[in-house]
Structures are given as structure tokens and as C-alpha cells.
Design a protein around this ligand. Structure first.
Ligand SMILES: Nc1nc2c(ncn2[C@@H]2O[C@H](COP(=O)(O)OP(=O)(O)O)[C@@H](O)[C@H]2O)c(=O)[nH]1
Ligand SMILES: [Mg+2]
Length: 409
């Protein structure tokens, strides 16, 4: 069982730049071999979080990623991204909320809500004069939509199923989790939501209608957190709205981005026109004679309006924040040879796993291979060469060898 695949959903109304963001995020900076995901649907793509590769810390010349890539000491690790179709205000009341949309939303582990921070997209998605529409109101409205949708789903399950059986079951938390698993939630989400709703001391069979609502709202918050992408930050009217978004939702929940700027840079980099890595604070033109006047101008605008002003286009930061700060995943590198940091075939640090904070050595063993988990003996921290036991809690950037009775594969 490989590490749990997290799915990042992109939501927002029409014309705010969702497709541009999706295109930018899923455009690999260099041609790459393969990704680890088995099923990819048409609206699901592969993006990459960026992190300093552990091979640098270990003083190695290079590494050999099996998936993703490592460029100039930066490891790009794949994650799944979904372009969620068609969200419009009023959706939770049934207007325009298709089954497709709900299915998509259910599967997501985190939502990136794209707003047009320049305020140039009207409530129904039609273009408006920049500065005439309020993205703060829009962001509040969408959060409310998602909340109401989530509450209605939980309520339905509760009334039709949970309330009838909850008297009889031994483990209510387990039972609630099972019945709500269609919302991609796990036991920890349920426990945390109960705590946040202040319902720890009240048996679920006694929950009132209001209690169920409060629980559902907290469950939404922990199982489908929303990160706001304040898009079109390159436009002048965005600046004030970004400040207001940050004031309303907090700095940790808002990232100023220009999806278009990132798309332009990645395209140019892919064609070998510029030297640029997603997340960089600048780019270098490789050969200006290969660029038209218009292209040079567009690049100069990107530099002036985004890179010089915000330190990047924000797109890489957005994805990193979603994965490392909101989902709280860490990176661990399983190896077979803890002295050479290689796999069976001599590949250096071939795998970078994104795992939840708190994952233990034994849980990692199970992710690598069920047999390794079942016959786990101990693990070796390859950086210190220390032996660690099954309860060892992995740390970010750990390089780990699992020692088990059953040989791998
Ligand atoms: N200035 C600017 N325009 C953008 C940006 N991102 C998208 N756009 C433009 O906004 C329009 C709508 O973009 P699109 O990605 O199709 O929006 P969607 O309907 O949400 O998928 C297009 O004309 C894009 O070029 C951005 O960061 N800055
Ligand atoms: Mg679109």
C-alpha cells in the first residue's frame, strides 16, 4: 500500500482563472518519466510540490527520482490535482450543483478556492470592470455553500442511517466514520470534529439537530479545509482586495497568485526560452534573439508585476502551503541501503513519500509493502545509522531503511 494519495480540488466560479491555474500547476518544468498514480481521470492532473532535496543535506552529487524530478537540488514531488467543474452561488440549494460537482467535491482532501482578487469577475462569472466586484464577499459565500452542502450530506446520512443504529453499536466513532467514508474522511477527522464542536462528553445518540450541524461544520473544516488563491494578483486592483482577504481569512489561508504569470513562465521554460523553476523569484532569458518583442514584454511584465512585487508568482507557494501547511504532510525517503541511500538497483533516493505528520516507522513499512509491515523488525535512520523501533515517529526529511523478516518482493 503506497502512501495515501491526497487529492487537491480547485473550486471557484467561472472566469476567475481555475483552468489557467490547473494548467500552470500541471505543466511539468521539464519532461518527466512517470507519476505514481494509478487512476487519473480527465479532470485530474499531476502537480508537484517543491522541496529542498535531502541529497543536498547528505552531501551527494545527485539523486535518481523514480517519480517526479530533482532539479538543482530541488525535489519536485507529485500530488494529484482536480479541476472541479461548475460551482455557482446558490449551489447548495440545488441550483447548478450537479452530481458531477458533488462527486468531485466528496473526493477532495483540500479545496483551493480561486477568487478573482482584481474584482473583475461578476457574481455569475461574467467579466466586470476591475475593482467592481468584491472577492471577500465571494469567498465567504463559497465557504458557506460548501458548508451547507456538507451539512446536508451529513444530515441525510445521519437521519437515514446513523440515528437508527447508533444506539446499538459499540464504537460510535468507528460507526460514524464508516457511514461518512464517502466524504473521504477518516477516524481522526471525526475525533477532531467532535472535539472542536465541544461534543466529547455527549454520546452521539443524544445529539440534537444543532449538535449534528455543529459537528458537520467542524468535520468540513478538518476534512476539507479551504485555501484561498487570490488570483490575478498581477492586476493593479488586486492589491487592496488581497489585504482585505488576508484580514478576513488570515495570512495562513490566503495566497496571492498569478496563474497566468506562472503559465507564461512554465511554457517559456519548457520551450527552453528561459531558465525558470516553479517557485523561483526570478528567471533568466537564455537567448533573447529567440523571443519576439511581445514575448519579451510579457516576460518583463511578469517580472515587474509579480516576481519583483510578491517574490514569486505564488503558484508553487500555493501548492506547497496546501500540502505542507494545511494537510501537514512531511517527506520521507525510504531506502534499502542505508549507507549508500539507494534501492536494490543502486538508484539514489528513488522515492520521496508524502506522509501525514505522526506516521510511524511501522506504518511506513506497510506503505512500502504489506509484507514489510507484517514482518517488521526495526528501522534504521540512515542519517544517524541509529536503529529505531516500530513506534518511531518519522520526521520531515528522514531517510529510512526498514528491516523486516520477509525480504522485499
Ligand atoms: N491578468 C490575469 N488574468 C488571468 C489570470 N488567470 C487567468 N486569467 C484570465 O482570466 C480568464 C479566465 O480564465 P480561466 O482559467 O478560463 O477561468 P475559469 O473559468 O475559472 O477556468 C482568461 O482570460 C485568463 O487568461 C491571472 O493570473 N492574471
Ligand atoms: Mg475553466
Amino acid at each position: 500500500m503506497p502512501p495515501p494519495e491526497k487529492l487537491i480540488g480547485i473550486i471557484g466560479k467561472t472566469n476567475v482563472g481555475k483552468s489557467t491555474l490547473f494548467a500552470a500547476l500541471t505543466l511539468a518544468p521539464v519532461a518527466i518519466a512517470n507519476h505514481p498514480f494509478t487512476t487519473i481521470k480527465p479532470n485530474i492532473g499531476v502537480g508537484y510540490v517543491r522541496k529542498k532535496c535531502v541529497h543536498v543535506e547528505l552531501g551527494l552529487e545527485k539523486c535518481d527520482p523514480r517519480t517526479g524530478m530533482c532539479i538543482k537540488g530541488n525535489r519536485f514531488i507529485p500530488v494529484k490535482i482536480m479541476d472541479v467543474a461548475g460551482l455557482i452561488p446558490g449551489a447548495s440549494q440545488g441550483r447548478g450543483l450537479g452530481n458531477k460537482f458533488m462527486d468531485d467535491l466528496r473526493q477532495a482532501d483540500i479545496l483551493i478556492h480561486v477568487v478573482d482578487a482584481s474584482g473583475s469577475t461578476g457574481p455569475d462569472g461574467t467579466p466586470a470592470k476591475p475593482g467592481t466586484y468584491d472577492p471577500v464577499e465571494e469567498a465567504k459565500l463559497i465557504q458557506k455553500e460548501v458548508d451547507e452542502w456538507f451539512v446536508s450530506v451529513v444530515r441525510r446520512v445521519w437521519e437515514n442511517k446513523i440515528s437508527r443504529q447508533i444506539y446499538l453499536v459499540n464504537n460510535p466513532i468507528e460507526y460514524i466514520t464508516q457511514n461518512l467514508s464517502g466524504l473521504s474522511i477518516n477516524k481522526n477527522h471525526v475525533i477532531e470534529a467532535i472535539r472542536l464542536a465541544g461534543l466529547e462528553d455527549k454520546h452521539p445518540k443524544k445529539w440534537s439537530s444543532d449538535d449534528i450541524r455543529e459537528f458537520a461544520l467542524m468535520l468540513r473544516r478538518v476534512s476539507k479545509p479551504i485555501l484561498i488563491a487570490a488570483n490575478k494578483a498581477d492586476l493593479p486592483t488586486a492589491e487592496d482586495n488581497i489585504k482585505r482577504l488576508i484580514k478576513e481569512f488570515g495570512k495562513e489561508n490566503v495566497v496571492p497568485v498569478s496563474a497566468l504569470a506562472e503559465y507564461i513562465l512554465r511554457k517559456a521554460a519548457q520551450k527552453g526560452l528561459i531558465e525558470y523553476l516553479p517557485g523561483d523569484n526570478d528567471f533568466k532569458i537564455i537567448d533573447s534573439s529567440r523571443l519576439s518583442k511581445e514575448q519579451l514584454h510579457a516576460l518583463e511584465l511578469v517580472r515587474r508585476k509579480m516576481l519583483a512585487k510578491y517574490g514569486s508568482t505564488g503558484v508553487q507557494e500555493l501548492l506547497n502551503k496546501a500540502v505542507f501547511n494545511v494537510l501537514k504532510l512531511i517527506v520521507v525517503y525510504p531506502v534499502e541501503d542505508h549507507n549508500k541511500y539507494t534501492d536494490h538497483y543502486g538508484n539514489i533516493l528513488p522515492d520521496a513519500y508524502l506522509v501525514p505528520e505522526g506516521t510511524t516507522a511501522k506504518e511506513l513499512a506497510y506503505m512500502i509493502h504489506t509484507d514489510l509491515g507484517k514482518t517488521f523488525l526495526y528501522a534504521i535512520n540512515a542519517k544517524t545509522k541509529e536503529k529505531v523501533g516500530e513506534t518511531y515517529v518519522l520526521r520531515d526529511n528522514d531517510v529510512i531503511k526498514i528491516v523486516a523478516a520477509a525480504a522485499r518482493r
